[in-house]
Design a protein around this ligand. Structure first.
Ligand SMILES: Cc1cc2nc3c(=O)[nH]c(=O)nc-3n(C[C@H](O)[C@H](O)[C@H](O)COP(=O)(O)O)c2cc1C
Length: 186
């Protein structure tokens, strides 16, 4: 078998019952053997402030950047807040992008999936996140786009993923595995 690619998964919601976190975990289970997905937590990152990011940055920044740097690829799974990326996710992007010239994101293949109970599936957050990734030189998978609306009904009461959304998640994660393979080979 070819090399296993380690994927750092960033989840844009901090709440315990997050649909997006559940989707990230479901993707980890559905992923082909060539990918190993691991959620990298972002909730403990102090709000980005250049004043504290000099000789001795916060431990949480150091840990987070090291985990990103150790990963081969990136996957963003996020809700939309007020038609954009939730603050914790934007903060994580800002922390990972610094110090200047040492971004932990640069060149790693990425993809984004957004989900919302609303009808348009976090389209605004998804596109805003892509905008930052262009700047950070993260080649993002283009297709399939993943704006998952009506996500409030994806999980049954026991927390199990319903059958309805599974085929799309499989298609998404298989396409992403191919994308990572292509990008890593160069
Ligand atoms: C501050 C805030 C802003 C929100 N703005 C939007 C929005 O712009 N579009 C949308 O579809 N849902 C919006 N929502 C609803 C979220 O999609 C919903 O709470 C969702 O379940 C959050 O994802 P999670 O389950 O992963 O936490 C907002 C929720 C909050 C708390």
């Amino acid at each position: 078998m070819s090399k296993v690619h380690h994927v750092a998964v960033l989840v844009g919601s901090l709440r315990k019952g997050s649909i997006n976190r559940k989707l990230a975990l479901a993707l980890a289970e559905l992923a082909p053997a060539s990918l190993k997905l691991e959620i990298v937590e972002i909730g403990d990152l102090p709000l980005y402030n250049e004043d504290i990011d000099h000789d001795q940055p916060p431990e949480a920044y150091i840990r987070f950047r090291a985990k990103l740097k150790a990963a081969d690829a990136l996957l963003f799974v996020t809700p939309e807040y007020n038609r954009s990326v939730p603050a914790p996710m934007k903060n994580a992007i800002d922390v990972g992008s610094r110090p200047y010239g040492q971004s932990a994101f640069s060149g790693k293949p990425g993809a984004v999936l957004s989900a919302s109970p609303g009808a348009i599936g976090g389209f605004g957050a998804n596109q805003h996140l892509r905008q930052s990734m262009v700047f950070l030189d993260v080649p993002m998978m283009q297709q399939p786009e993943a704006y998952l609306g009506g996500a409030g009904s994806f999980f049954e009461e026991a927390g199990m993923l319903g059958d309805g959304i599974k085929p799309f998640l499989r298609k998404f994660i298989d396409a992403y595995a191919e994308w990572v393979e292509q990008q890593v080979k160069g």
